[in-house]
Write a protein that binds this ligand. Sequence first.
Ligand SMILES: [Zn+2]
Length: 231
Amino acid sequence: MYQDAIWVYWTGGYDSTFVVLNFLIAKRGELTRARIQPVYLQKCDARRNSDIEQETMQEIRETILQRYPESAKYLLPTIFVDCSKVKLDADIQSGMWELYKMKRLRYPKSQYSYIAQAPRLLDHVIDSGAELAPGTCISQNVRPYINKQFMLEPRRTPWYVWIFRGVRFPVVMVTKQQMWDLAKEKGFEDLLRRSWTCRVPKRIGGRVLPCGRCALCKERLVLAVIRITTN
Ligand SMILES: [Zn+2]
């Protein structure tokens, strides 16, 4: 018998890859039978490098299968959500606008709109990799209202943040450095290094390199490994 699966947004990026590996490998002892259900949001953001992200997740899956065959069977096939076909609820649209007007988000509509919507669509709580970091990101907006279950506390959360009530934030108090330290302790830091976050990569010959200068590259402490493409 399996326990109910833990659903996780996975992009192949540093934080979300950590969340997947943390549940799959580091916490395996406590979660002996919980399966991990990754969810990938397609076309939710024009700047996403969907091809590199999907390739990255595939590579990480293959390594997990080789190195942790016992754990690999708990990692379910990814659910892909085509956001171009998803209608956003009115409260999510207005909540995002409110956060944008308050300068607490960079865009009034973004991947965060769909991060809020997808749990309603799939009828399941989904974990986010939003971590403890400065800047106008989702974690800053939700952190003051998070309870012990890593979810928004209904009585205290303002309506414009409450749009994220279907999302769980298990690493909202964890820094990228702490993720790295834990990965190292558990021996999967190479998989974190292989995660991909850069949205403006350089393509030279058949190689794809992280730019090393954008906010996402700087935040991640370690540069992503260079990827070789066939096209
Ligand atoms: Zn970059």
